[in-house]
Write a protein that binds this ligand. Structure first.
Ligand code: FAD
Ligand code: FES
Length: 347
């Protein structure tokens, strides 16, 4: 039995086949709602249910109990059980030409640590693919499965993609990359995907308006630096930040911060940008120790009125969301993230 989903403040409505999620139903009807992990972890697909009933509304860890009680749901998990009315942050018609599948060539591979490779892909001559800073691509494997990796390059460099790949234990793609891949090998990739991007309207134009600009805290664990790098390089190319921005990058050992020089350079170049490296397992003089999100909490006992952009392993994302909203007064709507959930991606 089909259910009807109506989207508040629009004239959009579409059918949902019994058992499908709201996100799947929207896609089948030609609409795209915000999403990223599709695993109930990042919260990008969060919306409000105004009427009707859903199964699985709060499955996943991305909703606070308060949000659940006030009718919020994760639309990548929630399955309508009746006709429903929903409110969403955005809904757009899917542009069939916006996403491309291309055969990219491995142009360069740099093994920066034992378990991280920087992979430079080049698209075929003359092919450029539009994406937004913070988005990711799918690597299409021979067995038909897909893996997600964020673009670390800014969107102005659209003739290829730079990926920061962590080698996973028994990882199908990263294992191949670490042991067999060679420069010149071809890889099928589809892009772009995802909604992890900076809210530009939160920064009020012009330094004279600084008092009204909302400070942004960016937090990355390991290769979670990749989309943050794309976002910041994109911003810096368009001018120097007009609001305070602080990047906290966490790893276990110093070597996990495989490009530490780069954010250090940004901090010298931009007065309002600050960089704080944090190590959880190695003690290094002059570098903060502990969990990266705890370092943020020490420096920002109140995060009210701030925006947070978090990227990396799900454990860090979940801990940061919970602690920042419960203990530091961050509005849950101001927590934006990309969770690097392991495993296959869904197209
Ligand atoms: C939006 C997004 C962006 C990402 N960007 C990056 C990035 O820029 N850099 C990066 O390094 N990683 C990124 N990731 C994570 C990456 O996609 C995964 O780690 C992926 O599984 C790696 O593929 P693989 O073939 O190397 O390993 P896989 O073959 O997928 O296996 C990895 C490990 O995960 C285990 N596993 C498989 N499925 C699950 C599951 N459902 N739950 C728990 N464990 C599982 C496997 O047993 C194995 O040990 C991103 C993930 C998402 C969702
Ligand atoms: S897309 Fe639904 S929680 Fe990540």
């Amino acid at each position: 039995m089909n259910h009807t989903i109506r989207v508040a403040q629009t004239d959009i409505q579409f059918d949902c086949v019994e058992g499908d999620t709201v996100l799947q139903a929207a896609k089948a009807a030609g609409y795209e709602l915000p999403y990223s992990c599709r695993s109930g972890i990042c919260g990008s697909c969060k919306g409000k249910v105004l009427s009707g009933s859903l199964h699985n509304a709060g499955a996943g860890e991305a909703l606070t109990p308060e949000e659940l009680a006030s009718g919020h749901a994760l639309f990548c998990q929630a399955r309508p059980q009746s006709d429903i009315d929903i409110a969403v942050h955005s809904i757009e018609r899917i542009d069939p030409n916006a996403r491309k599948t291309v055969e990219a060539k491995i142009y360069r591979m740099t093994r920066v640590t034992e378990d991280i490779t920087l992979l430079q892909l080049r698209f075929p001559a003359g092919v450029r693919v539009k994406f937004k800073a913070g988005q990711y691509l799918h690597v299409l494997l021979d067995d038909g499965s897909r893996r997600s990796f964020s673009m670390a390059n800014p969107p102005q460099q659209s003739d290829g993609a730079m990926l920061h790949v962590r080698h996973m234990k028994e990882g199908k793609f990263s294992g191949w990359l670490a042991s067999q891949a060679a420069v010149g090998d071809k890889l099928k990739v589809e892009l772009p995907f995802g909604d992890f991007r900076i809210q530009e309207d939160a920064a009020v134009e012009g330094a004279q308006n600084l008092a009204h600009a909302r400070p942004a805290v960016l937090i990355a664990s390991g290769t979670g630096f990749a989309p943050i790098k794309s976002i910041l390089e994109d911003l810096f190319r368009r001018g120097t930040p007009t609001r305070p921005m602080a990047l906290y990058w966490g790893g276990r050992m110093l070597q996990d911060l495989y490009m530490k020089d780069l954010p250090e350079k940004w901090a010298q170049q931009h007065a309002l940008f600050r960089f704080v490296p944090v190590l959880s397992e190695e003690v290094v003089e002059g570098v903060r120790s502990g969990l990266v999100h705890k370092a943020v909490m020490q420096d920002f006992p109140s995060l009210a009125g701030h925006e947070v952009y978090a990227c990396g392993v799900p454990a860090m994302i979940n801990a940061a969301r919970l602690d920042f909203t419960r203990e530091c007064g961050l509005d849950p709507d101001d927590f934006h993230c990309d969770a690097f959930v392991p495993g296959e991606a869904v197209s």
